[in-house]
Design a protein around this ligand. Structure first.
Ligand code: EPU
Length: 416
C-alpha cells in the first residue's frame, strides 16, 4: 500500500494548471454510451475513478483508451448490459451508468453502491424518477435489474441530487417525449454534462437553473469535447497555498464556478484576484478565522467537497471558525487525523467548531475519503516535522498526481 511522506513548513509558491474535473468526466464518460459514434474527450483527468469508469465502458463492449489527457471512446458495439458487482463497487458513482445503459439498450443490471465513506448514499430518488419515466426496476439480492426504453415525464426531486439529476438526463435524452426536472441540481458539472450531450445532438434547456427540460431524440452522434476544469481540485490547491502562507497562480481555472469557495476563502485575509481562467492568491500573515458559519449547500452554496480542505487551512487560523455540513451525514471523518496533528476541532452532529491553533505537528494518519485525505495533506504541509499519510488510494481517486503538483509549488511530498 502506497503512502505519502510529507515534511511541512515550506511556503508554497508557483503556477499550477488545474486538472480536468472528475465529477464531469465520470457522467460524460457514461453519456458516451448513448452516442452512435466515437467521442473524444480532452482535458480528461487521469484518476483511478476515471479508469474505473473506463473499465465499465470496456466491459459493455465500448472501446475506451487514453493518451495523456485525451480519452477516446468508441461506443458502437455495446454487447453486455450487466455490470458486475466488482466493477460497480470500484467507485460509488458507477450508478450513473444506469440511466445511460437503459437509454442505449433498454436494459441493464447494476448493483446498489454500498454504504460508504460519507455515510449512507441511498439511490431512492434515482429509482423513483426512472420508474416514473417507464423503467421497470426490480431489486434482487443487491442487484438492480432494469428494463424499458423510457418516456418523458415531469419529475420533482425532493432534494437537488447531483447523481439523480444526471441519471434522469441520461435516460431522458433518447427517451420518447419531453422530460421536465424540477428542483434539479445546479452544479456546474451538470452543465458540463449537458454541454457534451448538446454537442452530440441532444435537446436540453435550462441546465444551471433548477428546472431542466429535455426533449428526447432518436439518435445522438459522436463529438469532441473538452472537460471543464476541476473546481474542487482548484479549491484544494488554493486552500493548501493559503495555509502555507504562500502565493499561487492557478491556470485553467473556472472562476464563476469556484466563486462560492473564493468568497469564503477571501474572508481569511488572503488577496485573491481573478482574470479569465486564472486565479491569483497571496497569503501573507496567519490566516484569519472565518466569522460567518460555513454552511455546505447545493450549488451555488459553499461546496461540501471543499469543506475538509478549508477546515485543514482554518485549523491553524487566528480565531474560531464554525462549519455546518448539510449534504452528507459522515463528512467529518478527517477530523480525528487533524486532531492527532494538533488541531482543536469539536464535532457535534452537523457542526464542527475549529479553534485555530498556532501550529500542527507531523503524525502518521490514514486518508478516510478523497477530500478528507486532501485535508490531511494540507495539514501535513503546514505542520512541523514529517507526516505519513496511508490509504492514499482515496486521494488518487480524485487528484492527478498530487505529489507532483505539490512539489511543483516547492512542497516536500513524496510517494513511497
Ligand atoms: N441522496 C438521497 N437519495 C438519492 C440521492 C441522494 O438521499 O437518491 C442524498 C445523499 O445521500 C446525500 C445528498 O442526497 O446526502 C446529496 O447527494 P447527491 O446525489 O447530490 O451526491 P452524489 O451525486 O452522490 C456528487 C459528487 C460528490 C459531491 C456531491 C454533492 C460525483 C461523482 N460525486 O455525489 O462528490 O459531494 O455530488 O455535491 O459527482 C467528491 O468528489 O469527493 C464527491 C463526493
Amino acid at each position: 500500500m502506497q503512502k505519502f511522506i510529507i515534511t511541512g513548513g515550506r511556503k508554497l509558491r508557483g503556477q499550477l494548471a488545474v486538472q480536468g474535473s472528475k465529477n464531469s468526466a465520470l457522467p460524460i464518460m457514461a453519456a458516451s454510451l448513448l452516442c452512435g459514434e466515437e467521442c473524444v474527450l480532452w482535458n480528461c483527468p487521469r484518476l483511478t475513478d476515471v479508469y474505473a469508469a473506463s473499465r465499465i465502458l470496456n466491459h459493455t463492449g465500448c472501446k475506451c483508451s487514453f493518451s495523456e489527457n485525451t480519452a477516446v471512446i468508441d461506443p458502437k458495439d455495446v454487447t453486455e448490459t450487466s455490470i458486475p458487482e466488482s466493477l460497480m463497487h470500484e467507485m460509488r458513482s458507477s450508478i450513473i451508468f444506469m440511466g445511460a445503459m437503459l437509454g442505449r439498450t433498454g436494459e441493464c443490471t447494476v448493483s446498489i453502491p454500498g454504504g460508504c465513506e460519507l455515510g449512507p448514499r441511498p439511490i431512492d430518488m434515482h429509482l423513483a424518477a426512472l420508474r416514473k419515466m417507464g423503467a421497470d426496476i426490480r431489486e434482487e439480492h443487491g442487484r438492480i435489474i432494469c428494463c424499458g426504453k423510457g418516456h418523458g415525464a415531469k419529475i420533482s426531486l425532493a432534494f437537488p441530487s447531483v447523481g439523480a439529476t444526471e441519471n434522469i438526463i441520461l435516460y431522458a435524452v433518447t427517451a420518447d417525449g419531453e422530460t421536465v426536472i424540477n428542483n434539479a441540481a445546479r452544479e456546474p458539472e451538470i452543465c458540463d454534462l449537458c454541454g457534451f450531450l448538446r454537442k452530440c445532438g441532444a435537446d436540453i434547456k435550462g441546465d444551471g437553473g433548477s428546472s431542466i427540460v429535455i426533449k428526447g431524440k432518436k439518435q445522438l452522434y459522436g463529438c469532441e469535447y473538452s472537460i471543464m476544469p476541476d473546481r474542487i481540485a482548484g479549491a484544494t490547491y488554493l486552500a493548501m497555498t493559503a495555509a502555507s502562507g504562500g502565493e499561487i497562480i492557478l491556470t485553467n481555472a473556472c472562476i464563476p464556478e469556484t466563486e462560492p469557495f473564493l468568497s469564503v476563502l477571501e474572508q481569511t485575509g488572503c488577496s485573491i484576484y481573478t482574470n479569465r481562467d486564472k486565479i491569483y492568491l497571496r497569503s501573507g500573515a496567519r490566516l484569519n478565522a472565518v466569522k460567518e458559519r460555513i454552511r455546505t449547500m447545493p450549488h451555488p452554496g459553499f461546496p461540501t467537497d471543499a469543506q475538509a480542505v478549508l477546515m485543514a487551512a482554518l485549523s491553524v487560523a487566528d480565531g474560531t471558525s464554525v462549519f455546518e455540513e448539510n449534504i452528507f451525514d459522515c463528512r467529518y471523518r478527517h477530523v480525528d487525523a487533524l486532531v492527532k496533528m494538533g488541531a482543536d476541532i469539536q464535532v457535534m452532529g452537523k457542526i464542527a467548531v475549529v479553534k485555530g491553533v498556532k501550529g500542527l505537528c507531523g503524525a502518521d494518519v490514514n486518508a478516510t475519503d478523497l477530500r478528507g485525505g486532501a485535508a490531511m495533506v494540507i495539514a501535513a504541509l503546514t505542520a512541523d516535522g514529517t507526516s505519513t499519510i496511508g490509504n492514499i488510494c482515496h486521494i488518487d481517486r480524485g487528484y492527478e498526481k498530487m505529489e507532483d503538483a505539490v512539489r511543483l509549488l516547492g512542497g516536500d511530498m513524496r510517494r513511497s
